[in-house]
Design a protein. Structure first.
Length: 216
């Protein structure tokens, strides 16, 4: 079944000729896009925002680690901590690099194509994420201190155009005493705080829903 349909600007279907033809299809941002016969976009119809939706799970505390071989873990944030040229992480969500790059969330449990001597840094206490949808761009997670974590980007959270929300903290012996808060820090950072009985506390996130919307 085709992933697009062709229409004629004179309202006939199928098109009478390539002249005046309009092609409707879904672009890489899951928006309905119209293209003319020359391949030029003539309009996009879709959501008025880009969106990032994920489920967050956090356990443990501030435990930094380095890895230079073996499989990565899907949903964990990695940074190229010690960099060598020609490192190839493209099969796990990190790309192929000619220079150091931003952190990334692993998209599979595979071994990178080529560490080439590079070391990947990760913190065991940073939230592990199941990404359900992402049309915003590269987004990753950090551990700040007990009960405090950040979602990061390369200035993708536009001021006065970014909305975010999270579900309640939902682990622990007494769920009624779990709470969570979130604050917008900069166009590159949003912080999440989790509490237990009024104090900042780790281990409060268990498949907790989180969403960011960046409006056009």
């Amino acid at each position: 079944m085709p992933s697009y349909i062709e229409l004629d600007k004179q309202s006939s279907f199928p098109p009478s000729s390539n002249s005046g033809k309009v092609i409707l299809g879904i672009n890489n941002s899951n928006q309905l896009q119209a293209t003319n016969s020359d391949g030029q976009s003539i309009g996009v119809t879709g959501l008025p925002y880009k969106v990032y939706t994920a489920l967050l799970t956090q356990s443990g505390g501030d435990v930094p680690n380095n890895q230079g071989s073996g499989a990565v873990t899907k949903g964990v944030t990695y940074t190229v901590d010690e960099y060598f040229a020609d490192t190839d992480l493209s099969n796990v969500g990190g790309g192929t690099f000619a220079s150091p790059i931003s952190p990334f969330v692993a998209t599979s449990n595979d071994t990178p194509i080529n560490y080439n001597g590079s070391a990947l840094y990760f913190n065991e206490g940073a939230p592990v994420v199941t990404v359900l949808e992402n049309s915003i761009g590269n987004i990753w997670w950090t551990y700040n201190y007990q009960g405090s974590y950040s979602v990061q980007s390369d200035a993708l959270f536009l001021p006065n155009k970014t909305f975010f929300t999270t579900g309640p903290a939902n682990s622990g012996d007494n769920p009624a005493q779990n709470t969570s808060e979130y604050t917008f820090n900069t166009d590159s950072s949003i912080s999440i705080l989790t509490f237990y009985d009024g104090s900042l506390f780790d281990n409060r996130l268990l498949n907790t829903a989180f969403e960011i919307r960046v409006y056009n």
